[in-house]
Design a binder for this molecule. Sequence first.
Ligand SMILES: C[S@@+](CC[C@H](N)C(=O)[O-])C[C@H]1O[C@@H](n2cnc3c(N)ncnc32)[C@H](O)[C@@H]1O
Length: 207
Amino acid sequence: MSDSYGLHNRFLAWFMAREGGKYSALVEGRKRHLLGALTGTLVEIGSGTGPNLRFFPRELRVVGIEPNPFMHRHFLEEARAENRSVELIQGVAESLPFQDESVDAVLSTLVLCSVAEMDRVLGEILRVLKPGGRFLFVEHVAAREGSWLRRVQRCVRPAWRRIGDGCEPDRTTEEDLLKAGFQKVSFDRFALPLPIVSPHIAGVAEK
Ligand SMILES: C[S@@+](CC[C@H](N)C(=O)[O-])C[C@H]1O[C@@H](n2cnc3c(N)ncnc32)[C@H](O)[C@@H]1O
């Protein structure tokens, strides 16, 4: 890891821990609805600083997969504050350290916008989910094709990627989800009062 990569990752962890609450407030209702009744084992890819921990049922087994080691301290602090036990693994969603058909649910919030290999990630999620298992997601996505916002997203993409650790504002994630091989994909499309990354999807894909 180069110094600048380390510094940038440290900055992102600090920024998410400090500013993430404002974003969380905007999606709180949706997360409560999506995450409040999970059972068994949940793998959270890109678990970051742990903003989702407070929505999980107490008895749920939670395993975070997070490549940025500077996020880990914040995630574990949040778990302590929530008085819950968690497991945390340094790794990437392109290669999940779980057996085939071994987990009940996988969660991604604001992660599919920046994974390096979307097809591999969705393939891994399908591999580790039990039959009938659910992939839950809250993600920002591309604005409608032809809209002014879509053009803006395309223009800022190179700089956005650099600043946001690979995050692309104009990913058509819902299309990737629909063709990944899930039995059923359902989601809401909605807009948040944010610049550039206003368009969002939240929903469930069932294996
Ligand atoms: C914008 S943050 C979101 C963090 C958290 N999920 C949230 O909702 O606040 C994106 C997270 O995805 C992680 N990430 C980036 N690429 C990843 C990958 N290939 N696999 C797993 N996590 C990844 C980053 O390290 C970062 O923690």
